[in-house]
Design a protein around this ligand. Structure first.
Ligand code: HEM
Length: 415
């Protein structure tokens, strides 16, 4: 799982940053929307237009957006691809952002032109993203398990987008959406795409953040069960005989093998310096565990728990892991920018991202996520509202810390 890091291959700051910035802004907008619509969510109205549009602020505007920026930065650094040309990343960013800005209000208001234009921009942005990643050369590095996991996750994203486009077409035409399409969209999007990409990236990041003696990895099992979930998920709309339990249990098995690997890092790690990042990453793994338990309960008969499984995965695992990893990656990218600007006196990463900032964002984000999830699961409006506002405040704090740090490095580099 360990590999060489090639910082000289990293793209310029301008490539990943717009994606990270937009992801944070969309997350804050989604959380404000969640606090305003807490009553609707608590009443269990989960497929109404407002909720569906809010869900996509998180899934497309935050998770997918952040993963796009992360992969443009990360693949060349781990030697799994070349750098994307800056203009193509920027064009893709503009298309995808315009897509989210059109599609989300289009779904909420039911305005067909907005929905159609937003949907077309969104799909074009996704196609260009997948083209960019393929052109960077990811497919030539599939022998490395972490790259293969990312590639499998991106294949699931392509299938999610195709199904999403078909469902959006039905919404625009006012015709009903088959249940099996929505079920497959859930398995492939918030399940296989987000889960496998995050697992692939984590397999590289965890050994850096939680150094541990080398041990055999179970990433082959994660990949195998993840791929089985994708194949059975894709088959579901065409063959209604395939029960949703098949892809859901495959995803759960992939998650269990991943958690078994992760737990070794926690047990064996040599460096025992608690900080905000470790707290967030640790909590995100508890979030994954909670998501797996919720999925198993949903399969065991409590099918209405499926939205809860999505919420626990998105807020309890992806969002916390994203905030955690970003606390190391962003200061590192900023430091690299300073050094490349010829400033050998660029402050150390620990100085750029003071530990009090890490602690405050982490504690706020964890408390906020727990509040939202408790509110969602036991249906309490004020917990959901307070949790989403606390989470939004932590992301704003994180955002402010990030800009302060970048401005500092940038000023020095151009002095
Ligand atoms: C081009 C991309 C996408 C389009 C056009 C799209 C479109 C849609 C549409 C039209 C629905 C509503 C179906 C209904 O009314 O019952 C839906 C539901 C959903 N989508 Fe997407 N989607 C896309 C990508 C994604 C991705 C990447 C994810 C997750 C990572 C995702 C997660 C969800 C979830 C969780 C729901 C269920 C929402 C609920 O029932 O409240 N979507 N999507």
């Amino acid at each position: 799982m360990k590999g060489r890091v090639r910082t000289d291959q990293a793209p310029n700051l301008g490539t990943p940053l717009p994606f990270f910035g937009a992801a944070q802004l969309f997350a804050v907008s989604g959380l404000l929307m969640l606090s305003l619509n807490a009553r609707t969510v608590v009443q269990g109205v989960l497929t109404g237009p407002v909720v569906v549009s809010m869900v996509h602020l998180f899934t497309l505007g935050t998770i997918t957006m952040a993963m796009m920026g992360a992969l443009y930065q990360w693949l060349p650094v781990i030697g799994a691809g070349t750098t994307v040309p800056a203009w193509r990343a920027r064009l893709q960013f503009v298309l995808f952002t315009a897509g989210v800005l059109g599609f989300v209000p289009g779904v909420a208001t039911g305005r067909t032109p907005l929905l159609v234009m937003g949907g077309v921009a969104l799909e074009s942005g996704l196609v260009l993203f997948l083209y960019n990643i393929a052109a960077m050369g990811l497919l030539r590095h599939l022998r490395a398990r972490d790259s293969a996991l990312v590639a499998a996750g991106l294949a699931a994203l392509a299938a999610t987008a195709i199904l999403g486009g078909l469902m959006a077409g039905r919404l625009a035409a006012g015709t009903a959406i088959p249940n099996s399409w929505l079920a497959a969209h859930l398995v492939l999007g918030p399940g296989a795409f987000a889960g496998l990409v995050l697992a692939g990236v984590s397999y590289r990041l965890l050994p850096m953040f939680l150094p541990a003696p080398p041990h055999p990895s179970r990433s082959g099992w994660v990949l195998g069960f993840g791929s089985a979930a994708i194949v059975s998920g894709v088959l579901m709309p065409a063959l209604p005989l395939v029960p949703i339990a098949v892809p859901l249990l495959s995803l759960t098995a992939a998650g269990v093998f991943y958690l078994l690997d992760v737990s070794r890092y926690w047990r064996q790690r040599r460096r025992r310096t608690p900080d905000g990042l470790l707290l967030l990453i640790g909590s995100s793994h508890l979030g994954l565990l909670a998501a797996l338990v919720t999925i198993v309960l949903a399969v065991a008969g409590a099918r209405p728990l499926l939205p809860a499984a999505v919420a626990v995965s998105v807020l309890g695992w992806y969002l916390l892991a994203w905030l955690g990893f970003s606390q190391r990656i962003l200061p590192f990218i900023a430091w690299l920018h300073g050094m490349r600007g010829g400033r050998r006196d660029t402050p150390h990463v620990a100085e750029l991202w003071p530990s009090w900032l890490g602690w405050m964002t982490s504690v706020g984000a964890i408390a906020g996520s727990v509040g939202v999830l408790i509110g969602f699961l036991i249906r309490v409006v004020w917990t959901l509202q307070a949790g989403s506002l606390l989470l939004a405040a932590s992301i704003v704090l994180f955002h402010g810390g990030g800009w302060r740090m970048l401005a500092r490095v940038h000023r020095r580099a151009h002095r």
